[in-house]
Design a protein around this ligand. Structure first.
Ligand code: HEC
Ligand code: HEC
Length: 310
């Protein structure tokens, strides 16, 4: 009896501590100081924003088709949790990020936290971006600030209870969000390390190609092994497994797929990969594409076939 009472009390104390802890964490509103000492370079940012695949998620489909102004937001991302809309990230001071400091911008990616201190939904793939280089992020910001500002309010997300409670994301982040930093492996080549950085962080390939568990975290033993994408498509296995992955692809076949969308069998990538190629990887230079290929060919092969949904 007494033991049961103690257990209940213990759980209650833990629960209260968890809520208080979450509230304190939620309340950390000051972005940490930055370490980069280089003046941001918008030209570099123009390249890196492609590597980051930012344009497709933050630009309305019509504007993309019309080659209209980019980053005004409004692109719908349909998920089982509801529909998210990429917000306006132009330099508009009211509807965009015009008033953000560099530190606030970096924190959005590295900690998934807004200037006002709220948590972002992982529909914004900060789970991968957390490892992005501070200088790369500031170059991207500098490039965004060279573009016209669009005075267009961001569309509110259409998500039901309980996902509409951003507070709940605190718990999700405790479980799934690691504040990863990219650490180059000195035993590997510079090319391999560049590929690892792009695949796992800036170009966030795993956000679609790595399967997730019930709460949306990556299955850590199946990195890049293929998955149903949140939008309901199928992202194939891109580990070097001979049968179910890209084991039989040459490096240049991987480069071609990312550059032009053309697959070894002469077909073209479709679905969500179309945007990745058109507004992302097709703009990357051969050295970066080769680095991605070298890295992909080196990861642990995982046998996993994701059946295409008809
Ligand atoms: C897969 C789609 C996707 C990609 C790729 C993506 N974003 Fe986002 N981004 C979102 C969504 C959705 C949100 C809103 C998250 C929320 O409200 O919690 C967001 C939020 C943001 C915010 C915060 C805006 C605000 O008003 O608080 C910034 C800044 C941002 N993204 C910049 C970028 C940049 C720069 C890149 C590329 C390096 C990028 N995003 C890539 C979907 C994406
Ligand atoms: C927004 C989700 C998404 C992201 C991000 C993404 N992919 Fe894909 N990828 C897909 C989907 C979906 C397909 C399947 C396209 C189809 O059905 O034709 C695909 C197909 C591919 C293929 C062709 C594989 C095959 O067997 O046909 C390769 C290679 C590939 N992706 C590599 C990458 C790399 C490398 C990255 C990171 C730079 C990446 N993808 C990022 C969704 C994504």
């Amino acid at each position: 009896m007494k033991i049961a009472y103690m257990a209940v009390l213990g759980i209650a104390v833990l629960a209260v501590a968890a809520v208080l802890g979450a509230a304190v964490w939620e309340g950390q509103h000051v972005a940490p100081a930055l370490t980069a000492k280089v003046t941001p370079d918008p030209k570099r940012g123009e390249y890196l924003i492609r590597a980051g695949g930012c344009i497709a998620c933050h630009t309305e489909e019509q504007a993309l088709k019309d080659k209209g102004p980019i980053l005004g937001g409004g692109r719908a991302l349909k998920t089982p949790f509801g529909t998210f809309y990429g917000p306006n990230i132009t330099k508009d001071p009211v509807h965009g990020i015009g008033k953000w400091s560099d530190a606030e911008f970096v924190r959005a990616f590295r900690a998934g936290r807004s200037p006002a201190g709220h948590n972002y939904y992982p529909a914004f793939p900060y789970t991968s971006f957390a490892g992005a280089d501070e200088r790369d992020l500031l170059d991207i910001k500098a490039y965004i600030f060279t573009l016209p500002s669009l005075a267009k309010p961001s569309k509110p997300h259409e998500v039901g209870f309980p996902y509409n409670l951003r507070f709940g994301l605190t718990f999700w982040k405790w479980i799934y969000f690691e504040r990863v930093r990219f650490r180059p492996d000195p035993a590997k080549s510079a090319e391999w390390n560049r590929g690892a950085y792009l695949v796992n962080h800036l170009a966030h390939c795993g956000e679609c190609h790595t399967p997730r568990n019930a709460l949306g975290g990556f299955k850590s033993d199946m990195v890049l092994a293929g998955a149903r994408t949140l939008e309901g498509g199928t992202a194939p296995n891109i580990t070097p497994d001979q049968e179910t992955g890209i084991g039989q692809w040459s490096e240049s076949a991987v480069v071609d797929a990312l550059k032009s969308g053309m697959l070894p069998d002469g077909d073209f990538v479709g679905g969500a990969m179309t945007d990745v190629v058109n507004h992302g990887t097709s703009h990357l230079n051969d050295a970066d594409l080769k680095a991605i290929a070298v890295y992909l060919k080196s990861v642990k092969p995982v046998r996993n076939k994701v059946e295409k949904k008809k």
